[in-house]
Design a protein around this ligand. Sequence first.
Ligand SMILES: [Fe+2]
Length: 478
Amino acid sequence: MGVSRIDGVPVSNISGTSPWDTQLHEFDYAVSDVEGAIPEQLRGTLYRIGPGRFEVGNHPIEHIFDGDGMVSRFDITDRGVHFRNRYVHTKAYGRSNRTSLPPKGFGTQRAGGALANALRFPENMANTNVLIHDDKLYALWEGGRPHRLDLDTLSTHGTESFGGALKRLGAFSAHPKTDPRTGEVFNFGLDFFPRPMIRCYRLTPQGRLTTISTIPIPRLGFIHDFALTDRYLVFVLGPLVVRHPIPVALGLRPFDHALSYQPDLGTTIVLVPRDGGEHVRVEHDSLFHFHVTNAYDTDDATTVELVAHDGDGGWTRWNGHLRDYRDNPGPAFGGTLTRLVIDRRRQTVRTEELSDLGGEFPQLDQRRTAAAHRFTYLAQSTRPGGNPDTITTIDHADNRHRAYRTDGESTVCEPLFVADPTSPAEGDGWLLTVLHQPARRTSALLVLRADRPDDGPVATATLTHHIPMTFHGAFRPA
Ligand SMILES: [Fe+2]
């Protein structure tokens, strides 16, 4: 087994039994502990990404969004599962290794007081999502450029500007959408100078990036995800907005303290035509969400499905959990899977709750992106608070829920759907997720049947160590 510890990184004396425990080692080995049988049709590579370390030296990372990005790669072949993990070599990572001091983050302040933090933006941690496109692997972070990684070795090849199309401060957000019919990728970045705006991008199958349009927004706010239909990029702009910028600009408070949930502002839904035409705005009640499942057009309506969180106070409670991720179990994990039917002509919105169990990280058979989908896959929590312990498949045809629940001590993460390449039918395939067993300090790749997660894993590949929980991932078929 190949193991190397990162040179120059002081070993922390902070350790515990949380799914958010640091993993400083970089591994490279064939996984020998495989229970069950990996399906013959399931061949390819799963990439997962999230924060890898939660302290630098003896300084804790103050917010879960601020850990250095680490990619885990599970390569599934006829020979079994091969595991490899590597940190993304960002500027912030290099500096922290040299100085043993944490970076300026979304909720983490640099050492040195206000002067060291004034007029500084959070650093690009490359820890949020991965994109596989044009045979390239990118580590994404929503406030800056992607980092390009080697698909095989995971070594970092610097930041990507797509031939200069991303300007120096140009952001490429962490939830791009690939149109399965055209192979194009759509994404956005928030611009804040000279005024707040959403810059919408198209990335061709050959990797050429162009700006579709720029949409002015009244206030700078938190926009983590968007939806794609045949005709539109859809932004659901909730009222989590920058309200207290001055103490942050002066370096007195961390960036997350600038955000405030202002329900009186309501939610503005913006539909931006993919061909760059006039955008449509529809006003709606206040709504807070992180993630969208999918969206699609029907005649005069655009339907968006997302996970809505308890509005007022939702952000405050969530952010408390994201700051105190080891000890504060937070609100009941996840929100309510919700359908918004937007009548573009009448400019009205009808909402419908699709599940009353708390869930997050909604996924679908990505061959259905931008079209109506039948199945949603969620990470859910059956406990009153804390991290997800359940993977659920919801069949919207009959609203049946089928769920796999861990032993209660363990947690899971986003369930990524991988299609059976021999079947074009929606939902024929598997769900890949990572199980975290903090008490045993191990993690495992779980393979579940997408239509019957309640049968339990068809295969479990257990690592000889733990990896921290990951945010998002992608699968590259063999
Ligand atoms: Fe996300």
